[in-house]
Design a protein around this ligand. Structure first.
Ligand SMILES: [Zn+2]
Length: 144
């Protein structure tokens, strides 16, 4: 079963790439901006997340997927990494793939030049990597 925290970071990471969560009934599209503030989820993201949780994810689904958030929170689904882009994708617990990753319709993804969006837990690590990259880049540009 996918934990609430996993589903939350799954949504956050896709929001980073511009994916939206759709409310099936009204076709209302949700994409909080920004997703994160410093190393925390942003208040607007938390507000939407609470809104989704208040109905247990019923009728909400990530753009480009068939599974509702409610299904992901149920015992049948797990969150795994896409073999193509490393982004989190829903997978049936018995190992039957859902068929597609939301990345399928992103023409600019996977983009190896960009870091994969991470949930806040990895922010320190991410910032460290970013810092390393920036340091490397500035060394490069000094050499030019
Ligand atoms: Zn993918």
């Amino acid at each position: 079963m996918a934990s609430e925290e996993k589903v939350k970071s799954y949504l956050a990471q896709w929001f980073h790439l511009g994916k939206k969560v759709i409310l099936g009934k009204t076709q209302e599209a949700i994409c909080p901006d920004p997703v994160m503030v410093m190393d925390h989820y942003s208040p607007v993201f938390e507000t939407y997340w609470q809104k989704i949780l208040s109905v247990n994810g019923k009728d909400f689904y990530l753009e480009g997927t068939d599974q509702t958030i409610a299904e992901l929170l149920s015992s049948q689904w797990e969150i795994h990494s896409c073999s193509r882009c490393q982004m989190p994708v829903p997978l049936k617990e018995r190992g039957i793939p859902s068929g597609s990753c939301p990345c399928a319709d992103l023409s600019n993804w996977p983009n190896l030049d960009l870091p994969i969006p991470h949930p806040p837990i990895n922010t320190k690590n991410y910032l460290h990597k970013l810092q390393l990259r920036l340091t490397n880049n500035s060394v490069k540009s000094e050499q030019v």
